[in-house]
Design a protein. Structure first.
Lengths: 602, 358
């Protein structure tokens, strides 16, 4: 604690001053040297960087390829969209700019802020897309007032246009912006925030072909964001054109007559396997997705119990009902379980394994052979078959005919469906297969699941007497008017004797032409063959059946799988009406109208 | 008497001060053109105010100043504390007191009574012991904490220069030095891990690798270097600084005024500024003061200016973390300008006193 008070002498002061002088001389020398280094020695380096600050690369968005029908009708094309961009760095007052943006676009300030938030990690001089598809008048208004509205930019971009509006929506699908998750996966393919991608349908399955190659323009901008010099430009490349097998006139016709129903209609050209028309209802308008959708609109679409966003052709899973009798017939014939002449007596009900199984005809059909059983869709006949056959054998034939496996059609998210086997049941449900279950399977009930696409594939195989065509939508891909890729039709042969098919087809002929369940489709001069299926929602065994089945939601689904003409068939078709009621009353007449349209043209 | 004070008035150094301030105004004109032209007019107005205040302060007897140094110190500390408290009540307004057209930044003014009072305390002492150590720590520390809580770490940090200078001038017991080093290390550790906010931490380390932080705190450093570096030998010309004009540097009228200087007037412009500052520091370190207190005060305050000058310059070329510190006399800031001019007035008086009483 010893402190000494001592006054400073002038010698001290002098000494301190000298030290101070030395220090400041050294400091300033170092500083001068540092600045010399940066300003003179490294001048070029920094000048380049300075230029880099004002040089910008502007992306020129490429137009997407068109989608055409087989006659080159435009189903999905591009139009010019005027888009508004905001560059925060060039605005003088960001809040005022946001207010102006809200006024000009009609967007809420919250929406605008949310958009800006998405781009918060980007450079402050990045052009943030605010609103697409401004009217020409608005675009001109904003362009002409660039001085009052610094930081706003108008760009021209190609966007999707659908000349046929909501038609063929499930074939075409829709496009919209990539979600952050999708972006993360696709970043190596050159997708950027704000890009669009096909989300469903052909837009998605052929995304790579349809997507163009963006161009770029290198410019120098001044501090107001105005372009002063264009240094270079690379033009964008338009995407390839996808030509579909679809015939738009037929498609329009079917959409019109099918409008009041929920379900699927699919028509195939048997020469190639190309799909001529495909309708899944209810549907939606793809243009919905090209703008900013209201959250309520999106939720309405997603939560609609009729599933308008679902392509029921490949995503709807149903029981095939009596249409499955096709498989049973082929399986039984091929395994020599029956002959065409094999008869059985239908009295309306049968006792199997101590259970009662009813025929849909309560009074009974009487004695029937195979052809009559098919024509009248007698359940009893097939219950007996089910009793005599093993589920695994049936499963094998089901798979051969295309049920329980994807068709491979070029639409995204095709469901596989399912066909039960002993092994499957043991593994999944940890139970042994009960023989009684085979009886339900025999008429297309039980635990199987198929899509309308699979049913269509099956009837094609029947029509072609054992050749399964590859169902497809893409006919060819074109670039600059030249065909660069063509779909080569493929057929797979399945090991079932041709005679057995002919036997089956005789039965299917009688369904339509011999007063069978499909008689409503009979057309003179056209030998239509087919099989109806009335897929019950309620069991016939249900005591309240008669009463409940009057309600729409308990009405059975209606199937009709058919082809024409009988010899050298040209066209196959599946009609599926959800809760349609009796197949013969609903699905079959629709098919007739379509056949009339198709063959009258010829 | 009036004549006396003005016959010995150091006109040359005063001219340097004016030159610095005017240079600042010129640069602010360029810098604020695309920001807010009000900055220029306000700085101009402050210029006239501070010159008038300068002469009023210059006329005051230094003994009086030293006598009142402690009460003034306490007064400003009280104001700082009050600001913090009202800041809690009125969120966000912790550093400025608005008075109509002007805003006063109270923290800028603490350096004057602090320098005075420290000088007084340290005079005639050869060795610093524990008691004195803690006293000095308190004198600097209390305002430091109050300002740091505003939060304004940069301005608070500048006050540490006083401690540095005291350490240079006075012998300290070794124990105390060791103790200080250890507690500083511990404090830095705690501060880094528990006290500093992420943006403050980023600011501190981004100068090492600004590229890594180029979208946040590193951005300013990179832009400043680009502006300075692209200026070359003679600069791009007045009002032609593309980087500064193009709003790549938002704080170019305050922290990064050197970027505007470097870009528009080049190495020659920067050297000119350095020459002015050098003259200032040189002439204020080489004095023959009348009393020890005056000596210490002059050195403390001059050293403070030198310290702040260094930090700002180094910051603008990426050799120091971003501190939010303006360049004395040159950067925009009325309170800063006024505080420095008042302190300068006292130094000038100290110099004049040599001749007055001999």
């Amino acid at each position: 604690m010893y402190t000494e008070k001592q006054k400073l002498t002038s010698a001290d002061v002098k000494r301190i001053a000298i030290v101070a002088n030395i220090i400041i001389v050294i400091l300033f020398s170092v500083l001068l040297f540092a600045f010399w280094n940066i300003q003179v020695l490294k001048n070029q380096h920094y000048t380049k960087l300075a230029a880099g600050n004002i040089r910008k690369e502007i992306i020129i968005k490429a137009p997407r390829g068109m989608i055409l029908d087989r006659n080159h009708e435009r189903l999905s094309e591009n139009k010019i969209s005027f888009n508004l961009f905001l560059i925060p760095d060039y605005t003088e007052n960001l809040n005022r700019a946001i207010d102006a943006a809200a006024r000009l676009t009609g967007m809420s300030k919250k929406e605008i802020n949310d958009t800006l938030e998405k781009y918060k990690d980007f450079s402050r001089s990045y052009a943030i897309p605010l609103k697409k598809d401004l009217t020409l008048a608005k675009a001109i208004y904003i362009e002409s007032r660039a001085d009052e509205l610094p930081g706003f930019e108008i760009n021209i971009e190609p966007v999707r246009d659908y000349p046929y509006e909501g038609m063929a929506s499930h074939i075409l699908g829709y496009i919209s912006e990539l979600t952050p998750m999708e972006l993360a996966k696709k970043v190596n393919d050159g997708y950027r925030l704000g890009d669009v991608i096909g989300k469903s349908g052909v837009e998605r399955s052929y995304e790579e072909k349809l997507r163009g190659v963006d161009g770029a323009r290198n410019v120098e901008k001044d501090n107001l964001g105005k372009i002063r010099v264009v240094l270079g430009e690379a033009q964008p490349t338009i995407g390839n054109t996808v030509v579909l097998t679809i015939d738009m006139e037929l498609q329009k016709f079917i959409e019109e007559i099918f409008r009041e129903y929920n379900g699927v209609v699919g028509v195939v050209d048997l020469k190639t396997g190309g799909i001529l028309a495909l309708v899944s209802t209810p549907n939606f308008n793809p243009e919905f997705f090209s703008g900013v959708m209201e959250k309520s609109q999106w939720e309405a679409l997603v939560n609609d119990p009729a599933s308008p966003l679902q392509n029921k052709f490949v995503q709807g899973l149903y029981l095939p009902g009596s249409v499955f009798k096709i498989v049973m017939t082929l399986a039984a014939l091929q395994e020599n379980v029956i002959q065409p002449s094999t008869t059985s007596l239908c009295s309306g009900v049968i006792d199997i394994y101590d259970r009662q199984f009813h025929c849909w005809n309560r009074g009974g059909h009487g004695t029937m052979d195979l052809y009559e059983a098919l024509a009248n869709s007698c359940n009893i006949y097939f219950y007996r078959l089910g009793k005599r056959m093993d589920i695994d054998d049936i499963a094998r034939y089901a798979k051969l005919m295309g049920l329980g496996k994807p068709t491979g059609v070029d639409l995204p998210n095709e469901k596989t469906g399912m066909f039960p086997t002993r092994a499957w049941k043991l593994k999944t449900l940890k139970q042994k297969w009960f023989a009684g279950e085979t009886v339900s399977v025999a008429i297309g009930g039980g635990m199987m699941q198929t899509t309308p696409a699979q049913v269509l594939s099956m009837i094609c195989t029947v029509a072609l007497r054992g050749l399964t065509p590859q169902l497809h939508l893409m006919k060819q891909i074109e670039k600059d008017g030249e065909v660069i890729e063509e779909f080569k039709p493929q057929f797979r042969e399945i090991p079932i004797a041709k005679e057995n098919f002919e036997i089956l087809i005789e039965g299917l002929y009688r369904v339509v032409n011999d007063n069978g369940t499909g008689r409503a489709a009979q057309i003179d001069g056209l030998d239509i063959c087919g099989k109806t299926g009335t897929q019950l929602i309620l069991s016939l065994e249900n005591p309240k059946y008669e009463q409940l089945v009057k309600q729409k939601r308990f009405m059975p689904h209606a199937w009709f799988a058919s082809f024409a003409p009988r010899y050298n068939p040209e066209v196959a078709m599946v009609v599926f009406v959800e809760n349609g009621g009796e197949a013969g009353a609903v699905a079959v007449p629709i098919a007739k109208k379509i056949y009339q349209k198709i063959f009258n043209r010829q | 008497m009036l004549k006396d004070t003005f016959s010995f008035f150091d006109k040359f150094t005063f001219a340097v001060l004016l030159a610095l301030t005017v240079s600042g105004i010129v640069l602010i004109y360029s810098a604020s053109r695309t920001l807010d032209p009000a900055y220029f007019s306000r700085q101009l107005l402050w210029f006239f105010i501070v010159v008038i205040v300068f002469f009023f302060v210059y006329r005051i007897k230094t003994e009086l100043i030293f006598d009142y140094s402690f009460p003034i110190y306490v007064g400003i500390v009280a104001l700082l504390a009050l600001q913090l408290i009202t800041g809690v009540i009125i969120a966000g307004t912790k550093s400025w007191i608005k008075m109509g057209f002007f805003s006063i930044q109270v923290s800028e003014f603490i350096k004057i009574p602090m320098a005075l009072y420290l000088a007084k305390t340290v005079t005639k002492i050869t060795l610093i012991d524990w008691r004195l150590f803690f006293k000095l720590l308190a004198i600097v520390g209390i305002p430091f904490v109050l300002i740091a809580l505003q939060p304004d770490l940069g301005t608070a940090f500048m006050l540490c220069s006083f401690l540095l200078m005291i350490a240079i001038f006075k012998k300290i017991r070794t124990v105390i030095i060791v103790f200080t080093l250890l507690t500083t290390a511990a404090g830095a550790f705690i501060g880094w891990n528990y006290v500093l906010k992420p943006y403050q931490k980023d600011r501190l380390i981004s100068f090492i690798n600004p590229g890594k932080y180029r979208k946040s705190s590193g951005y300013q450093i990179i832009q400043s270097k680009i502006a300075v570096g692209s200026g070359g030998l003679v600069g791009k010309g007045f009002l032609n600084g593309t980087q500064s004009q193009y709003k790549f540097l938002p704080t170019r009228h305050t922290d990064f005024i050197v970027a505007v200087l470097g870009e528009e007037f080049g190495f020659l412009g920067v050297s000119f500024l350095f020459v002015l500052f050098f003259i200032l520091f040189y002439r204020q370190f080489n004095i023959k003061p009348q009393s020890d207190e005056e000596f210490y005060y002059a050195y403390f305050f001059n050293g403070f200016i030198l310290f702040q000058f260094l930090v700002n310059i180094l910051m603008s070329v990426g050799f120091f973390p971003i501190m939010g510190i303006p360049l004395p006399f040159v950067s925009y800031g009325g309170s800063s300008l006024l505080a420095f001019f008042i302190g300068e007035a006292l130094i000038f008086r100290v110099k004049t006193n040599t001749f007055l009483n001999d």
